[in-house]
Design a protein around this ligand. Structure first.
Ligand code: BV8
Length: 303
């Protein structure tokens, strides 16, 4: 196909709508870009820095072992941020798609709990990397599946301050302001084994994802051919999440649909016939793209 007509096909909303209507088995792989419009920073770009730390460097067991106080401040801050924003129309659109298409399954890398707050049907949602709001013991099987305490404990109060003057960064976020040194004894400890530290219930780099969840996803993909994979707001760097789009592809049947603020030349070249690419803010694009199936979706927060 000539480049221009190929690009026209890849970006045609009517052609996409035709494919969407005919699609029963749909997979979505979501990343931080889905929550950007809600006001949460993404990992890459400016958002990826927290004080002078690269977010991914703090999302490791080694970082937690080395300085649990620093890592807990990072996560307490992200809990605080996520509690103070709302799901955006893209979260509600995906939740409505799940209600209208029982064959739709959403895999999200996001730990911000916004899919859940947008009432996404739980049986059609897999939180690949866990949640900021689940806690677990570093050693024994104890978990708290849903904890929104903010702050989680007095020592983490600096992470729960809201900046009175939004033009001024919180002291916590201002790398020129020294961080209070938090003693391990001041951090949350397991109520069961009573001796080990509690940690965020997220999957860190170098850690395995939940085995049962991975098996369920593989089973779902292998059941029958997938008609459409929506790849939404993700840089597709992190595995195994980044591998699902191609794993779910059946040549000549599956449309892989990229929804991203920025689609590079390389991205366009890597698209196959029948794929789609829609460049822009997911919170604006998704309600329009899914419109023929979900209708008008009003986002409303639970009480
Ligand atoms: C694993 C939870 C098996 C925590 C996260 C060495 C040793 C061990 C493993 C590895 C290794 N080398 C590589 C690996 C595998 C590793 C990996 O993939 N590394 C990468 C860096 C290469 N993976 C793992 O470790 C995984 N486990 O493999 O286990 C194993 C085990 C041991 C030994 C070997 C193998 C576990 C990975 C999970 C890590 N946890 N999160 C936390 O959140 O703090 S990852 C975290 O970062 C997110 O969950 C997400 O996955 C990732 C960020 O990516 P995105 O969500 O895509 O966000 P990003 O900012 O990058 O991009 C945003 C996108 O949105 C951009 O494209 C932007 O253009 C777009 N955008 C912005 N605004 C908008 C928008 N789009 C639309 N609208 C907008 N408004």
């Amino acid at each position: 196909m000539a480049a221009s007509s190929a690009r026209a096909a890849l970006t045609s909303i009517p052609l996409f709508h035709e494919k969407l209507r005919k699609s029963n088995r749909i997979l979505a792989v979501c990343g931080a870009g889905l929550s950007a419009a809600s006001g949460l920073p993404t990992f890459r770009g400016a958002g990826g820095l927290w004080r002078n730390h690269n977010a991914v460097d703090l999302a490791t067991p080694e970082a937690f072992d080395a300085d649990p106080g620093l890592v807990w401040l990072f996560y307490a801050y992200r809990r605080h941020m996520a509690l103070n924003v709302k799901p955006n129309p893209a979260h509600y659109a995906l939740a409505e798609l799940a209600r209208k298409k029982p064959g739709f399954r959403c895999l999200s890398q996001n730990v911000d709990n916004l899919h859940v707050r947008a009432h996404h049907p739980p049986s059609q949602l897999s939180l690949l990397h866990g949640s900021l709001f689940s806690l677990k013991c570093t050693t024994c099987p104890w978990t708290d599946p849903y904890n929104t305490a903010d702050p989680l404990c007095p020592a983490l109060a600096p992470a729960a301050e809201s900046s009175p003057d939004p033009t001024k960064p919180l002291p916590l976020l201002d790398p020129s302001q020294p961080l209070a040194d938090i003693k391990e004894s001041e951090l949350p400890h397991c109520p069961d084994c009573k001796k080990e530290l509690v940690r965020p219930g997220v999957v860190w780099f170098g850690e395995m994802l939940d085995e049962q969840m991975l098996e369920d996803i593989d089973e779902w993909i292998e059941q029958e051919p997938v008609d459409m994979v929506l790849v939404i707001g993700t840089s597709s760097f992190v595995y195994p999440a980044a591998g699902y789009a191609e794993r779910a592809r059946t040549e000549g049947r599956t449309s892989v649909v990229t929804v991203n603020l920025e689609i590079t030349g390389k991205d366009w070249e890597s698209m196959a016939e029948g794929d789609f690419g829609f460049e822009g803010d997911a919170s604006l694009l998704l309600p329009e793209l899914l419109g023929p199936v979900i209708g008008e979706v009003k986002g409303e927060e639970e009480g």
